[in-house]
Design a binder for this molecule. Structure first.
Ligand code: PGA
Length: 252
């Protein structure tokens, strides 16, 4: 039996308004209580981080960001530094989300730099990895996952994963309503753990690996039951308080 604490993370992406996020947060906060076995995390758009930092004070819910600059400060118009996120009590930062990789051209090296920067500022990176549909169809899933993981291991070292979370998100499952089957997800999660174990068994055993990609209230339980799945990274369903809470309460 693993000792891994499960984590359910909301990725609100670029959704909401000040008014709507206040309501959503209030509804979520009401439903997270002592019975909630999982750690619960919310990653709102950057500009709402200060507001949420205030609202989440005195709750068990953790705060995170969806992205960060790999640089510490300077002439990087439009970017946000890790120190700024730390100023507002962020504990986690998502790095390498597939939307960043595909829409904003973030490659493996830049993602690894962001991972290192987040840790250097005392926060925990959530490293997203996952294959495109054509990569899966060409039977390249493991190769892609290995490449994405190895880039970070090379730059940060294997021990860095003692303070990191991995999110396996098959790109073809994100926002599409096509969830990976429990077998497909478990297979890749196990592969990720084995890949890390080549360097360090203990790290591989303790790192939390989330599944992301169309996790919904009605499929979360069967995913979270699997041996190597330690929770989820939730997009669309995290914008509906009732659905998100059902997912949070679906962990073993
Ligand atoms: P989804 O998004 O739950 O809407 O598929 C997941 C993610 O992108 O993290």
């Amino acid at each position: 039996m693993s000792q891994r604490q499960s984590l359910v993370a909301a990725n609100w992406k670029m959704n909401g308004s000040l008014e709507s996020i206040r309501q959503l947060l209030a509804a979520i906060a009401q439903g997270v209580n002592k019975e909630t076995q999982s750690e619960v995390l919310i990653c709102p758009p950057y500009v709402y981080i200060p507001e949420l930092a205030g609202l989440l004070d005195n709750t068990e819910i953790r705060l995170g960001a969806q992205n960060v600059s790999q640089h510490n400060s300077g002439a990087y118009t439009g970017e946000v530094a890790a120190s700024m996120l730390k100023d507002f009590a962020c504990d986690y930062v998502i790095v390498g989300h597939s939307e960043r990789r595909t829409l904003y051209g973030e490659g493996d090296v830049r993602v690894a730099e962001k991972f290192v920067t987040v840790q250097a500022h005392g926060m925990t990176p959530i490293l997203c990895i996952g294959e495109l549909l054509e990569e899966r169809e060409a039977n390249n899933t493991e190769e892609v996952i290995a490449r994405q993981l190895d880039a970070v291991i090379e730059m940060a070292g294997i021990k860095a994963f003692n303070n990191a979370v991995i999110a396996y998100e098959p790109v073809w499952a994100i926002g599409t309503g096509k969830t990976a089957t429990p077998e497909q997800a478990q297979e890749v999660h196990e592969f990720i753990r084995l890949r890390l174990a080549r360097h360090d068994h203990e790290t591989a055993e303790t790192v939390r690996i989330l599944y992301g990609g169309s996790v919904k209230a009605d499929n979360a339980k069967q995913l979270f039951e699997l041996a190597d799945i330690d929770g989820g990274l939730i997009g669309g369903a995290s914008l509906v308080a009732e659905d998100f809470l059902t997912i949070c309460h679906s962990v073993r």
